[in-house]
Design a protein around this ligand. Structure first.
Ligand SMILES: Cc1cc2nc3c(=O)[nH]c(=O)nc-3n(C[C@H](O)[C@H](O)[C@H](O)COP(=O)(O)OP(=O)(O)OC[C@H]3O[C@@H](n4cnc5c(N)ncnc54)[C@H](O)[C@@H]3O)c2cc1C
Length: 389
């Protein structure tokens, strides 16, 4: 008989009944609408009906579920984290779809847009009828967005935006793009309807990671928006960084979902697969791998729970989010890679979820601040010395 790492460590006792219910309902949606197709979507690099899936996620209540008002769920940060873990246990692309909609696009509008814009976008985004994306990264500026080239200039009562954004999740699906641009007043945010003349989204092909997720290049060529589309109060990187903190927090949990799936798969395989006349799980080297993977998974979930409860109680500082993102993604990718070795040649097949998760985590390791950026954030806090430049 095998024991699940959650049970081994008594992790289930950490969650409330409501949190367990949220986990169960997300798991049920994944089992019915995503898991039967995810291998094919990943292989094809295309989802059957991404907007339909967004609506299903809206019906489930996970889009902007940690925000208040405007049709959003008003749930706790921990509850949102639990949902992220279950979504990413299915596929990082699914969790990315929800993170970008809820934590980046909706959060940006909820936190920074005018009341009129909130009313315009948020209720439809919460149901999944409307899709949002978040355009910060550019072809030449990723880790260092302060030097972005996209520019917005005033023209009478309007603004004209010119520039390019790259690697934008949900970009080709979106009805509204949150665009960050240089202005004479510093970096400012805009909620840009994607139907505006001059706005184009091109889907990026040939990805080897997050293949079941839409990633796009956005081109803004003389895009004219009214002053009401700007985020009135925020200037500088404080705006986008506040949104990134929200999305990074979801990743702290999500990465452990990928890890859990890889461990479950390797554990099953280790007891079923026989070599040299016995299950490979009977060999000490395999047991060491499973023990080490489970240890890191349990530690990662404990860190996520700690950060979730802290966020609900007092809020999180950016470096606390960095701590969780850095550790949990780094450990999750190691767990997936080790699980892959337990599966031998089958580990590289899409018949099993492990390599898909490992490949997806390559993106998760890079987006929302690379491993190096989060290491530098922690290093800066630990030493008081800035090593970014
Ligand atoms: C699938 C996917 C989806 C994405 N979705 C979005 C999205 O929705 N919206 C969005 O705005 N962006 C998105 N991104 C972009 C992502 O946030 C960037 O890729 C990321 O910030 C890194 O930027 P870069 O790729 O330009 O790498 P670079 O910044 O060029 O970095 C390259 C390497 O240099 C290292 N490096 C850079 N500076 C330093 C330094 N000072 N010290 C040490 N090392 C350094 C980096 O850590 C990295 O290892 C997405 C990316 C991917 C892959």
């Amino acid at each position: 008989m095998t024991t699940h790492p959650d049970e081994l460590a008594g992790l289930t006792g950490l969650f409330t009944d409501e949190e367990h219910q949220i986990a169960a309902s997300v798991r049920a949606l994944c089992a019915s609408e995503v898991e039967p197709h995810i291998g094919r979507w990943f292989e094809d690099g295309e989802l059957d009906d991404p907007r339909g899936l967004m609506r299903s996620l809206g019906s489930l209540g996970v889009l902007g579920m940690h925000l208040d008002g405007y049709g959003c769920g008003g749930m706790s940060a921990t509850a949102y984290g639990v949902a992220c873990l279950e979504l990413e246990a299915c596929d990082s692309g699914l969790r990315s779809m929800v993170s970008v909609q809820g934590s980046l696009a909706m959060f940006a509008i909820w936190r920074w847009a005018s009341e009129e814009e909130k009313q315009r976008w948020l209720p439809g985004m919460a149901t999944g009828e409307m899709v949002g994306c978040f355009g910060l990264t550019e072809p030449d500026h990723g880790s260092d967005p302060a030097h972005m080239r996209t520019r917005a200039r005033r023209d009478g009562g309007d603004w004209i935006i010119d520039g390019r954004k790259m690697w934008i999740t949900n970009g080709s699906l979106a009805d509204v793009a949150v665009i960050w641009a240089q202005t004479d007043e510093g970096i400012r945010g805009f909620a840009v309807p994607t139907s505006t003349p001059g706005f184009t989204a091109n889907t990026i092909k040939h990805k080897m990671s997050l293949r079941a997720s839409v990633t796009s290049e956005l081109v803004l060529d003389g895009v004219r928006v009214p002053d009401s589309a700007t985020f009135p109060e925020v200037r500088g990187l404080r705006g986008p960084l506040s949104c990134l903190s929200e999305a990074r927090y979801g990743i702290v949990w999500g990465a452990m979902g990928s890890a859990r799936t890889a461990i479950e798969c390797a554990q099953r395989y280790a007891v079923e697969r026989e070599q040299f006349g016995r299950p490979i799980g009977g060999f000490q080297l395999t047991q060491q791998k499973l023990a080490d993977m489970s240890l890191e998974y349990v530690k990662g979930v404990l860190l996520a729970v700690h950060l979730g409860r802290l966020k609900d109680a007092t809020g999180l500082r950016p470096e606390q989010v960095s701590l969780g993102k850095l550790n949990n993604v780094r450990e999750a990718i190691e767990i997936c890679r080790t699980a892959r070795t337990i599966l031998g040649a089958n580990g590289i097949s899409l018949e099993y979820p492990v390599m898909r998760h490992a490949n997806n985590l390559e993106s998760v390791l890079t987006y929302e601040g690379t491993v190096e950026m989060h290491t530098l954030i922690l290093g800066q806090k630990l030493t008081g010395q800035d090593a970014f430049r």
